[in-house]
Design a binder for this molecule. Structure first.
Ligand code: SF4
Length: 359
């Protein structure tokens, strides 16, 4: 997570290092007065329907409704609450993300949202994660002008037929590449250091990883190959769908576990202690794995984010994590995300008595 000093050169900090540098040692700091990171979901709709995503599951279609873009009323209330948090604690968020279950660039006010958030000065760092298919030149210029820190492009394939199969759209890899290329060109011509452009692809288990790297080596500041994992809380196996069968899915599952070097059952998830998300309709949930809204801890139009953060629902969830390492909640029990905990995130054995909630 970048610090205040590093923010001056944030465009020079690779995305892959930004959240590792100066990481907060949670065992010494929990309970935190405010989250380190808040995600805002500009839209829960996506123009892609990727095979391995919630968006293509039957369950998501039933439980994620209403499908909508966030109203500016909900957005502005969220920003007002973050300002209130800042004045109560004297701190800003380490990170404000514009992304959750849908494609954020579907929101016609996404540039304006960034502007409002930057002017409110509530976060040390801002980040947009997007499939980049809707990145117009206008929007690219807005991101540069308003000092977006990280632009993360999720590339689903660089091979036209694969792209079509995975995303179930007719958007070509060339279109996505051209959009990001314009952002890079405009940023560099302006002499701006930000946004840092990170392009990532899911491990293809083949030559496509290298084709991707070659295609983006002069466009992105960093290219990453992600090792994907299964979605929690659904019978539909994302990895089987992505890799085209149960054997291939199983191999991918094993690869993910092998890269983590952790055991789930003595691993407390950090998210309830550090993160929260404001969904498009104003509902507040805990983590990016919660596509069905099973960690609902409040609503932004009914309570302040500060009160939600210090409230009984989140307290109970934290106690559950500390006492059961997630097995006491159906979504957490099925979730592989805590396997990615870094040493600084370790909360196993943290005394429950140190937690409290406001009535
Ligand atoms: S274990 Fe998974 S579902 Fe539970 S809070 Fe952590 S990230 Fe979310």
């Amino acid at each position: 997570m970048v610090t205040e000093n590093e923010k001056k050169v944030v465009g020079e900090v690779p995305f892959s290092e930004a959240y590792i540098n100066n990481r907060v040692k949670l065992f010494d700091k929990v309970p935190l007065e405010m989250p380190l990171c808040v995600s805002i979901e500009p839209s829960n709709i996506c123009n892609f329907k990727c095979l391995m995503c919630w968006q293509s599951t039957e369950e998501f279609k039933k439980c994620a409704t209403p499908f909508m873009n966030m109203s500016m009323e909900v957005f502005e209330k969220t920003i007002a609450d973050l300002k209130e948090m800042k004045s109560k604690t004297g701190k800003r968020l380490k990170l404000l993300k514009f992304y959750f279950r849908g494609e954020p660039l579907l929101h016609s006010e996404i540039g304006n949202m960034l502007k409002i958030a930057q002017e409110a000065d509530i976060a040390e760092c801002t980040e947009v994660t997007t499939n980049a298919s809707l990145l117009t030149p206008d929007l690219a210029r807005t991101f540069v002008e308003y000092g977006l820190d990280y632009f993360r492009a999720s590339i689903y394939s660089v091979i036209p037929e694969n792209q079509k199969r995975i995303t179930q759209t007719s958007v070509t890899p060339e279109t996505v590449k051209n959009n990001i290329e314009y952002l890079r060109k405009y940023r560099d011509e302006k002499g701006a250091k930000k946004p840092f452009i990170c392009a990532k692809i899911m491990d293809s288990h083949g030559d496509e990883n290298n084709i991707f790297k070659k295609m983006y080596e002069n466009i992105a500041d960093e290219t990453l190959v992600d090792v994907p994992w299964d979605l929690a809380g659904t019978e539909e196996k994302a990895l089987d769908k992505l890799y085209g069968g149960t054997d291939e899915g199983e191999k991918a599952r094993k690869k993910y576990e092998d890269t983590q070097n952790k055991s789930k059952r003595n691993n407390v998830c950090r998210y309830p202690f550090t993160h929260c998300i404001v969904e498009a309709d104003g509902k507040v949930v805990i983590c990016c794995m919660d596509w069905p809204g099973m960690t609902n801890i409040g609503h932004i139009m009914e309570e302040s984010l500060y009160d939600i953060w210090h409230g009984k629902k989140l307290y109970d969830f934290r106690v559950m994590q500390l006492k059961t390492c997630g097995s006491g909640h159906p979504l957490c029990d099925d979730c592989a995300l805590p396997l990615q905990n870094k040493p600084e995130d370790e909360l196993y054995g943290f005394p429950v008595e140190k937690l409290s909630f406001k009535e």
